[in-house]
Design a protein around this ligand. Structure first.
Ligand code: NAP
Length: 405
């Protein structure tokens, strides 16, 4: 190989202005994942490598450990080196992880998000032609959810019923709010801050601008939880007026007629969960708090084929960190059978490529996957819902995509 053809391997860095500098052969740490990770990770890696290779790019994959494999090899569920690698290389990708029982973590995924302050959980939801769906017009679903990842009731501040913490909290609440909480109640705390709401909402608005999207919707339950969810809604509109007035406008400030600008609106969470089913075309980018985001993204994933095909990314746009991941679990009963659908990890890789600015290989994977599914070449999960499918193994599905790249 001539000197000219040698692609330099290197670290992804963040340059001032928050832009990622990506070499043609970036080092990317990956966690294979437990359970079906042994099947879906190699399948996904092959597709990502093939698509990048078409454009003279490649990835220096660097395996790091987490989950059961880490525990078996190192005695730790989430070794410090893994967090260090994600921290140093900025971008990483992972398969599903077993949640340790009594391992000191509520969830490894949540721990990674918290350690790197990955405040956005990005979940694009779109339909691929031919994918079995329980709704009549799945083609109308094309939404991108920005779920706040660090606070809300997920902050993990909870006091067990009848514990000393619960007793103290009950006393404080009685004193401050003149309200009696039953003695046998567990108590959870729901912090929602202006600064964390704003950074999430800012990321959603910037994404909408960059990707030419039509609207951004704040989904909240502010009619009931006024100082948390209601505040999220108000802070969102405040942000539009103070930082985005030249490109976006709130519904009340334009009567629903935004002209050339991005329309920013809001929807109460319960109604939103109905309307994403009945009027999906009215939703585009959605920004919401942690718990609403969790419900919304899984409900939407069901409309477009289920968790086998739902990708996710956890991102901090200021530090440049991003960890992309399959949104389903380890499905242990299928582990090692070369059976399950690798689409969730493949599409998480697509999301990662888009984040790196590798738009051409990302687009090619989407087209090839679309074509494969349209030809009814699918794994068992889609095959059982389709007429006349060609059911293939996990690895064969990846090969079919690669052939169509
Ligand atoms: P799960 O692993 O997501 O599996 C539930 C069901 O979803 C499977 O039985 C299968 O449905 C379907 N499914 C999952 N992955 C699929 C794929 N790639 N292709 C097609 N269908 C797929 O949920 P779980 O059984 O409740 O959890 C197992 C373990 O995973 C637990 O330790 C849990 O804590 C962990 N978990 C990890 C993550 C993560 O790392 N992001 C997320 C959730 C759960 P059918 O049986 O209908 O075929």
């Amino acid at each position: 190989m001539s000197e000219k053809n040698i692609v330099k391997e290197g670290k992804i860095t963040l340059v001032p202005g928050g832009v990622l500098q990506v070499p043609d052969r970036p080092i990317i740490p990956f966690v294979r994942g437990d359970g079906t990770g042994v099947d879906i990770w190699p399948a996904a890696q092959a597709v990502l490598d093939a698509a990048a290779g078409k454009y003279g790019k490649s990835i220096a994959w660097h395996e790091v450990l987490a989950g059961e494999k880490a525990f078996n090899e190192t005695g730790e569920w989430l070794p410090q080196e893994t967090i260090k690698a994600f921290d140093e290389h900025l971008i990483g990708i992972k398969g599903p992880l077993t949640t340790p029982i009594g391992g000191g973590f509520r969830s490894l995924n949540v721990a990674i998000r918290q350690m790197l302050d990955l405040y956005v959980c990005l979940r694009p939801v779109r339909w691929f032609k031919g994918v079995p769906s329980p709704v009549k017009r799945p083609e109308l679903v094309d939404m991108v959810i920005f779920r706040e990842n660090t606070e809300d009731i997920y902050a993990g501040i909870e006091a067990e019923a009848e514990s000393s913490e619960a007793t103290r909290l009950r006393e404080v609440i009685a004193e401050l709010f003149d309200r009696d909480i039953p003695e046998d109640a567990g108590i959870g705390i729901k912090p929602v801050s202006r600064s964390n709401s704003h950074r999430l909402q800012r990321a959603a608005l910037k994404f909408a601008i960059q990707r030419d999207r039509q609207s951004v919707t704040w989904v909240h339950k502010g009619n009931i939880m006024k100082f948390t969810e209601g505040a999220f809604q108000q802070w969102g509109y405040e942000l539009v007026r103070t930082e985005f007035a030249d490109v976006a406008v709130g519904w009340d400030d334009c009567g629903g007629h935004p002209g050339e600008k991005i329309l920013v609106k809001d929807a109460i969470a319960d109604i939103a969960l109905q309307q994403i089913l009945t009027r999906p075309a009215e939703f585009d980018v959605i920004a919401t708090m942690n718990l609403n985001g969790d419900y919304l993204s899984d409900a939407l994933a069901a409309q477009v084929g289920g968790i086998g095909i739902a990708p996710g990314g956890n991102i901090n746009y200021e530090t440049g960190h991003g960890v992309f991941e399959a949104t389903h679990g380890t499905a242990p009963k299928y582990a090692g059978l070369d059976k399950v659908n690798p689409s969730s990890v493949i599409l998480s890789g697509v999301l990662m490529f888009e984040h790196l600015g590798w738009l051409a290989p990302a687009g090619d994977i989407i087209s090839a996957m679309e074509q494969t599914i349209a030809e009814r070449i699918v794994t068992y999960d889609f095959a059982r819902l389709m007429e006349r499918p060609t059911e293939v193994r996990c690895s064969e599905f990846a090969e079919a995509i690669i052939e169509r790249l």
